[in-house]
Design a protein around this ligand. Structure first.
Ligand code: DGL
Length: 269
């Protein structure tokens, strides 16, 4: 059986690339819902329905034992409901993981006191990062900033326009933050630029918490702790990439993200 990785679009390929690097023997099936990207400005109900149909596809058609919802917006809108209501009645023997708790665990492990968060409108408005962090450690201060222009910029090759926008977003954070969480699958693309601009503006070191650096290690730990799941996973190094819509620009972006050509298939969903 396979490990599924789901994202609203192409951003999750960055996490997939680091998962394949860390766990090359495992089989991965990537599904990007490019037909309906972006999810970030949609209602919670619609994001849940869109996510559920992709989860059904990965379980039923791609024989996934475990699915990682790489998309922060989809994790927030659907993970708890899928885990608590949908899995027990439909796929009792399968598992779904998200990206928020592993990210916050990393914040706790690294003992930060003040952190910034960049994410989509959907993620920021949900307050989920604040609520979950309070449960883990109420003393850590989180400064959230919606950064809705970053996904369209990445998807439209808008790198030359990003500097003033990134500077403006950073200037809204508290100047004493020790780190910034990139709470969206797309944002690792701007990792270096966000770090450089934040350090320039605040005049001290600012770490970047990027999910492509966190999820592989957390996934390996999860499989170590759940040998019964790991035992079901095939280790044939097969990597499948599927999108619900394909354009020339998507192929170019996927090639850029992966830094080499990958075989992408369009599926009807
Ligand atoms: N993948 C989404 C996330 O991580 C961002 C892109 C979108 O808005 O669909 O939140």
């Amino acid at each position: 059986m396979n490990i599924g990785i789901f994202d609203s679009g192409l951003g999750g390929l960055i996490i997939t690339k680091s998962l394949i690097k860390a766990m090359p023997q495992y089989n991965f099936c990537y599904l990007g819902d490019t037909k309906y990207v972006p999810y970030g400005n949609r209602s919670k109900e619609v994001v849940y329905d869109l996510t559920k149909r992709c989860i059904d596809y990965l379980f039923n058609e791609k024989d996934c034992k475990l699915i990682i919802i790489a998309c922060n917006t989809a994790t927030i809108a659907s993970l708890r409901k899928l885990q608590q209501e949908y899995l027990p009645s439909h796929y009792n023997d399968r598992r779904i993981l998200g990206v928020i708790i592993p990210t916050l665990e990393t914040i706790i492990e690294r003992q930060y006191n003040k952190i910034g968060l960049f994410a989509t409108n959907g993620t920021i408005n949900s307050n989920v990062y604040d609520e979950e962090l309070k449960k883990l450690n109420p003393n850590i201060k989180l400064y959230s900033q919606a950064t809705p222009l970053l996904v369209p910029l990445i998807e439209n090759n808008g790198d030359k326009y990003t500097t003033p926008i990134i500077k403006d977003y950073i200037s809204n954070l508290n100047k004493d933050i020790e780190a910034i969480i990139l709470g969206c699958t797309h944002y690792p693309h701007y990792k270096k630029q966000i770090k450089d601009e934040a350090e320039k503006l605040f005049n001290h070191k600012v770490d970047i918490i990027s999910q492509d650096e966190i999820i592989p290690e957390k996934t390996m730990t999860y499989l170590n702790n759940h040998p019964e799941i790991d035992a079901c996973l095939s280790k044939e190094s097969k990597h499948i990439f599927e999108l619900t819509d394909i354009t020339k620009s998507y192929i170019e972006q996927a090639t850029n993200m992966f830094q080499h050509e990958i075989n992408i298939k369009k599926i009807d969903l």
